[in-house]
Design a protein around this ligand. Sequence first.
Ligand SMILES: *Cc1c(COP(=O)(O)O)cnc(C)c1O
Length: 348
Amino acid sequence: MFSIDNILRENIKRLVPYSSARDEYQGEASVFLDANENAFGSPLEQQFNRYPDPLQYQVKKRLSEIKGLPIRNIFLGNGSDEAIDILFRSFCNPGVDNVVLVPPTYGMYQVSANINDVEARNVPLTEDYQLNLEGIAEAIDAHTKLIFICSPNNPTGNSIDRSDVETLLTNFNGIVVVDEAYINFSRQKTFIQELTEYANLVVLQTLSKAWGLAGLRVGMAFASEEIIEVMNKVKPPYNVNEASQQLALQALANVDQVNNWIKETLNQRDRLVLGLKDFDFVLDIYPSDANFILVKTTDARGIYNFLVQKGIIVRDRSKVELCEGCLRITVGTPEENNLLLQSLLNYK
Ligand SMILES: *Cc1c(COP(=O)(O)O)cnc(C)c1O
């Protein structure tokens, strides 16, 4: 049985979190002399002289409406990369515990593991980019704290079979992290609805992709109240800055604009697939549930360099295991995609 007490690091269990001025007094007042801020203001038109809300209440309230989930189940980070790091720091003892990764997948899991001195046990995906459940079961031991599943997966673009993820959630006594950075582009539904079912589920999403706010650095984690409490205790007190909170809140009012972009992106993705598949240097285009496609080519490096000369940058993933010969191409605007396809007509 999963129990958070069984997997939490002892130092985190005992941790007395930093108590900020805004934690200690939350009411209204006319004079705030408790946080050593500059009382005169900011040398800007907009005023940022006050520390931001440590728990980002307004943004979470809006997200709670959009996601249909109570505020107590939402964590906000300086990008979802911060949430990934906080999961390591909360649950994995450096040099002792391990996590399971299923490459090819998002590179930050490995980097975060390395930074935190946590062993990453790699169990590669199958040839069709699905989970090797037997391999994962063999890799897990008493010190395995986290399993990272990216779905839709970066860089392969496909979704991971839902029933396989549920098998992990049911049988693994640590935390299963389902990274849904690309969920807005997917035919599959989110795992957020399963939070009431599985106490060991953490769902990651972000405002960086479909929401078009990569520069603001706002990522989300959805999980049980117990897990969210731990993450809030471990995070830096003011991890999402005031400008990002204000702009995220404004952006979250524009759901319709984002949904239109998603539709357009899916149309353009189909168009790119059609446009690319007839080139003789294209060997395969993998089915995508994301805003990018993974394309297997005869000469990834050559095509990459050719496109660089034309001022078009794609991602060369050909050195990644199971992605030999592959380029990862983000779906652009119609004009950008035209330019890409036209340029490729002149390749070789
Ligand atoms: C882009 C990406 C992220 C990063 O999200 P940020 O919120 O910008 O930190 C996380 N996971 C995956 C799989 C991604 O591709």
